[in-house]
Design a protein around this ligand. Structure first.
Ligand code: SF4
Length: 275
């Protein structure tokens, strides 16, 4: 439960930079979609880099877990920034794969959302890469590419958070035009693992508390999974929100969304144990 490896690593790098007393520390966009964490980072001197800031001499800029394109890195260096790269190793592996396949002459497809930071970063390593968000879009793009160069070799990568079913369907769409399509599994199981762990937990307890933000999509998804299994469940942002009726249950489980910090989980756990 809680932070995935990539987010945990990025937050740790930011905290390490702040603790090391680096002069001006910025993140390239919000490090994580969790207001408590962002507020805490701000208190420690880690701020979000404003768009259009010119001279970054002496500043440290932390690249977020979903990475950036080589062009953005170059621009930061040219502006005088020192870069701390918190790109998740799984995303970095996708970037390197995209680059090597493009260099090897593959016509590269990437299944994912065009506007997502991770996708924008990966395509920066693979000029000409085609991004497709759904099977129809993938098939149409594949047809166009196939008509342009019928003998081309084709390969497909996925945005790390894509579902396996979506990836399969997008691959099928491209295969109609490139039957020898090379499909590389770049999906990260972090979200799926958390959901499976919660399903297992629901079979062992009478009720579940899910630590996390009420506006967080993955936290709300955990709530609906527990409820669909018939387990009474509540989302709790802090210990003060633990519902009184939880005292009716002898065995209570605790889960947490992917953007919930350890400190919040620990505080809620201690409060539950003290009931
Ligand atoms: S690739 Fe997986 S581990 Fe890395 S940031 Fe994304 S969800 Fe987290």
């Amino acid at each position: 439960m809680g932070f995935c490896m990539g987010v945990r690593r990025a937050v740790k790098l930011a905290l390490d930079e702040a603790a090391a007393g680096s002069k001006a520390v910025y993140t390239l966009g919000p490090l994580i979609h969790n207001p408590q964490v962002l507020e805490d980072l701000k208190d420690r001197g880690v701020e979000i880099l404003e768009k259009g800031r010119g001279d970054l001499t002496g500043a440290t800029v932390l690249i977020r877990a979903h990475g950036v394109s080589p062009r953005v890195e170059k621009e930061l260096l040219a502006a005088g920034a020192r870069i701390r790269d918190a790109t998740c190793p799984r995303v970095k592996a996708s970037q390197m794969k995209a680059r090597s396949l493009t260099r090897a002459g593959y016509c590269l497809f990437l299944a994912g959302e065009k506007d997502h930071g991770e996708v924008i970063g990966i395509t920066g390593y693979a000029p000409g890469c085609v991004v497709a968000a759904c099977p129809g879009e993938a098939e149409a793009a594949a047809e166009k590419r196939c008509r342009q160069s019928p003998a081309a070799k084709a390969a497909l990568l996925a945005q790390t958070t894509l579902s396996a079913d979506e990836y399969e369907a997008i691959g099928e769409g491209i295969r109609k035009w490139f039957p020898k399509l090379k499909i590389i599994d770049t999906i990260c199981g972090a979200t799926r693992d958390r959901q499976n762990a919660l399903k297992e937990l629901c079979g062992q307890v009478e009720a579940v508390i899910i630590a996390g933000g009420k506006t967080s999509a993955n936290t709300r998804r955990l709530l609906s999974i527990a409820q669909s299994l018939g387990t009474p469940a509540w989302i709790v942002e802090n210990e003060g929100e633990i519902p009184g009726e939880i005292g009716r249950y002898a065995l209570v489980g605790l889960s947490a969304g992917a953007s919930t910090p350890d400190s919040a989980i620990d505080t809620i756990e201690r409060a539950l144990q003290a009931l």
